[in-house]
Write a protein that binds this ligand. Structure first.
Ligand code: IMP
Ligand code: MG
Length: 489
């Protein structure tokens, strides 16, 4: 079976050094066996995430197999803190610990799943092209074949129980969507989808080669065919963020290039501005905006409130460094209000405030908007009084106003895992509004489970628990005029 399968794999020539990521599952054990069969000089890399009991023992399975097939063995341990977006953070930590160019045991089944997941996320041709052949020598094999190979070799693969956890999108695609779609199509869709991905990869490469447009040149962007302009903007934004940008964000940037708007916000990137026909990025990470000298006698970013003698607020030992100072809030909210005023000219947007955290932000933002705005409030509960997301969102108070045809702006205090917002957006969209956009004062970097399309963002802040300016812990600290880190004593 080894030779038969090897004929459908893409390994470097015999004698070449090949690093293989081997978890001990059937796919990666097959990768190890076949890389050795191809005559490569194999190093098997095992990564222990420390997330499951017994995960360190799995390294032993890989070490034994490496010895048996004449491969070198290397074990690395990475630390991944529990919390939101675990799967993605574990994947990033894993690749950071592995050598560049490392091969993985992904099969045609994984490729079909990757394409479907990209489709669910609304990806363009690059995302739908799924995994490149480089680094994925087994894309021509089926998952069942890697298992059969392990059986024949007498290898006992490690079973990862998280492969059955239906809270991961990939597992639902694997166990529910793909079987259903195959049933509807009356054929096994894995080879069909894997082939589609390969064809789209060819298209994507062709487009990339034909696309010399400089995304910072506003004139060139405005003149380019839309497909080319969109690609150039997407590639440019992707270079500034952890996530690829949403289609809506790309369109907003093109609007700036055309001169329809002076600037726009892109979540995860910052503010895109046009200046002398060039587009440039102003990062949205916490940036101290210098005050006007008349600012409150408050605290500066990085200072700890209870150590500042001039503090007019009584603060306690649980408050850590200031993340956003009072004058920075005022300046940034003024900018957001001006942007909304410009973007919604001639309209009467409905501001939907998310209680309770957004109440101060909503009040200040509304006063910076020069339009006939209307107000409504919703209360959702996702946290209780702890500082960790429960993942459960519940409507505690619903809206009074009918949303049909309205231009809704959701005003949120903070986006952490993004669960609250994803839920709210879905819920409000079902009420047939004319449009729904989001204005979030704060976004914690790197914690969102799925990319969020946030039209307006005040500040991106590090993933720490913060209080003040509407945000609380067990109802306290909402009245602090600044935002600071909370560290219970
Ligand atoms: P998400 O659903 O994880 O995005 O959480 C959003 C909600 O959790 C916010 O509207 C807040 O009510 C709360 N939250 C998240 N992070 C913080 C924080 O750092 N301080 C206070 N509340 C927070
Ligand atoms: Mg809230």
């Amino acid at each position: 079976m080894r030779e038969r399968l090897l004929g459908r794999c893409e390994f470097p020539p015999a004698g070449a050094a090949v690093d293989c990521a081997v978890s001990g599952g059937a796919d990666s054990l097959a990768l190890l066996v076949l890389a050795a069969e191809a005559g490569c000089q194999v190093t098997a890399w095992h990564v222990d995430h420390g997330l499951r009991a017994g995960s360190a023992a799995e390294a032993g399975v890989v070490a034994d197999a490496a010895r048996r097939y004449g491969a070198a063995f290397r074990a690395v341990a990475v630390h991944v803190a529990p919390g939101p977006n675990l799967e993605d953070r574990a994947r990033r930590a894993r690749f950071a610990a592995l050598p560049t160019g490392v091969c993985t045991g992904h099969t045609a089944d994984d490729q079909a799943e990757t394409l479907l997941i990209a489709l669910l996320r609304g990806a363009g041709v690059d995302g739908l092209a799924a995994m490149a052949p480089a680094g994925h020598p087994l894309l021509g094999l089926r998952r069942a074949e890697t298992r059969a190979l392990c059986d024949e070799e007498g290898l006992a693969p490690v079973e990862d129980p998280s492969n059955d956890d239906r809270s991961f999108v990939r597992n639902r695609v694997r166990h529910e969507l793909l079987p259903l779609a195959s049933d509807i199509a009356r054929r096994d869709l894995v080879p069909v989808l894997a082939r589609t991905a390969a064809l789209l990869r060819g298209d994507a490469e062709l487009l990339a080669a034909a696309d010399p447009t400089d995304a910072t040149d506003a004139k060139a962007l405005a003149a380019a065919p839309p497909a080319v302009a969109r690609r150039a903007v997407r590639a440019w934004l992707a270079g500034h963020a952890a996530y690829p940008p949403s289609a809506a964000a790309v369109d907003r940037v093109l609007g700036v290039a055309r001169g329809d708007a002076l600037a726009c916000e892109v979540a995860g990137v910052g503010r895109i501005e046009r200046h002398r026909q060039r587009l440039r990025v102003r990062p949205a990470t916490v940036r101290p905006i210098e005050g006007d000298g008349r600012a409150a006698p408050g605290v500066r970013p990085g200072e700890v409130p209870n150590k500042v003698a001039s503090m007019s607020f009584s603060v306690d030992q649980s408050l850590g460094e200031v993340v956003v100072a009072e004058d920075a809030l005022r300046a940034r909210i003024g900018e957001l209000g001006a942007e909304i005023t410009r973007d919604y000219r001639g309209k009467a947007p409905l501001l939907v405030g998310v209680l309770k955290g957004a109440f101060l932000f909503m009040a200040d933002l509304a006063r910076a908007i020069d339009l006939p705005v209307e107000f409504d409030f919703m209360a959702v509960s996702s946290y209780g009084s702890s500082t960790k997301t429960s993942g459960v969102v519940r409507i505690v108070k619903d809206l009074d106003i009918d949303l049909a045809g309205r231009d809704v702006i959701i005003v949120e205090d903070i986006v952490d895992s993004g669960l609250t917002l994803s839920y709210l957006r879905r819920n409000l969209m079902a009420r047939h509004p004319g449009s729904v956009e989001v204005c979030a004062l704060l976004v914690k970097t790197g914690l969102q489970r799925e990319p969020q399309d946030l039209r307006y963002v005040g500040f991106e802040i590090p993933p720490e628990f913060v209080v003040g300016y509407g945000l609380d812990v067990a109802e306290r600290y909402r009245n602090l005029p600044f935002l600071c880190v909370y560290r219970p004593q």
